[in-house]
Design a protein around this ligand. Sequence first.
Ligand code: ADP
Ligand code: MG
Length: 513
Amino acid sequence: MSKSKQTSLLVHGYEVVIGFETHAQLSTQSKIFSRASVAFGAEPNTQACAVDMALPGTLPVMNKGAVERAIQFGLAVGSHVAERSIFARKNYFYPDLPKGYQISQFEIPVVQGGEVSFFLGDEKKTVRLVRAHLEEDAGKSLHEDFHGQSGIDLNRAGTPLLEIVTEPDIRSSAEAVAYAKELHKIVTWIGICDGNMQEGSFRCDANVSVRKPGAPLGTRREIKNLNSFKFMQQAIDFEVRWQIEQIEDGYEIEQATVLFDPDTGETRAMRTKEDAADYRYFPDPDLPPLVIGRDWVEQVRADMPELPRDLERLYVEEYSLTPYMASQVVSTYAKALFFNSAVIQNGDTDAISAAQLDDPEFYKPFARRVAVWISGEISRVMNEEGGPDWQFWIDPVTLARIALREQEGVISGKAAKEIFDYIWKKGRDEKANAPPDLVDSLIESKNLKQIDNADELRSIVAEVISKNSDSVSQYKSGKEKAFNSLVGQIMKMTKGKANPTQVNSVLKEMLSL
Ligand code: ADP
Ligand code: MG
């Protein structure tokens, strides 16, 4: 998105204000306070133990794996991991909550502060986090197949959740989607959540309000359970339009919880929103304070994979990628891995020599070239055809070879693209990576080698000059366009195999004779 678009985010003179609450289901084997399994899709009530069913006399026992994942998240987004946090009971009645309360964290959450940054177009945006707290999920009401009655499935009860809450820093539906995608990337990257939105492992609530610029915050409505990025955008756009219409028509917005209906594309009020006071939060007497020693935090830190933001910084420093380019390369774990293997190789079949890898004059532009391939063609084929077999399409060393021949001037960008397309389609169809010599043999067999022989090029340029005396005299009388038309003629005669930079300089030189 261009700068000008970013600075005019107002919708009909109103500023949009959004804060997110995201529930990430933590990827533990068992529940947060019991030993029952959290596997998705089992027969109703086969994965609910006495604790999950709230039988009298049962007691919750904290799952260490859930806490560890909360710590990982805190470290990944630069939060403070609290040394002592408290579990609280959030009291409400609902058939899928047999205890009559949800165990959550209220006043003192485990993860405090932090931020999530991302690019929207080429502009960087930072959203501050308020907190992330541990809590248990509720069960589910089932309304089908019960002869007109409803049933309760407690398999989901007690599933560990991390609820991640932002400040109201988001200013448009596009920013909201970009934030949610970035958060999704972080939790899946560090492996604390499988990110499956369809199964509800990553669901977002968007709190939306509008105001005149400079006015105090407007009243918000909370759109619940957005489980696709597409619906997220549609729901927020609809909600913003609806709120502005209400205000313009003289109504006041009433705080409410709303649901998005994908069939109508509209949001609809579900209930007027409770305030925190309605839940009668109090510390859960069954659970002691959660104490996290500094040594545990450091141990978790040591075991974490390299984080996206650290890789971005590294790529900017090492290879002089622009911050935007670096963010593109690191936009998924798979792409970052691909970039890394293409640029830093250490096997027998390497395209790049050790000497080249030691020479910044070589490896910086080379890495930038590979980054362009990854943010362009590689992303395109991943998005369009992204399937389980993508690793066969094209391997990092083969891409490195293509980029290398391009950098050496052996082939043009257009020829490189032709080779790329040929190889990834072949890899897709045959489910096998390209043999090491394929790039060079394609350059030969498809006759894609650029003309690098200066004498050959000179004779072609001379011929074009003699056949196009009109263009030549126009150029000499100051018409720049005539020059381009001569370049076009030369490219045509060489079937696009002349190096454009070389053509330019040879033509200039020969025209000035
Ligand atoms: P609650 O306790 O009702 O969940 P919070 O104060 O925790 O309310 O806020 C929930 C979310 O709503 C946060 O992400 C916050 O940034 C966001 N939020 C708060 N006020 C507004 C507002 N006026 N407009 C948009 N979002 C808001
Ligand atoms: Mg809240």
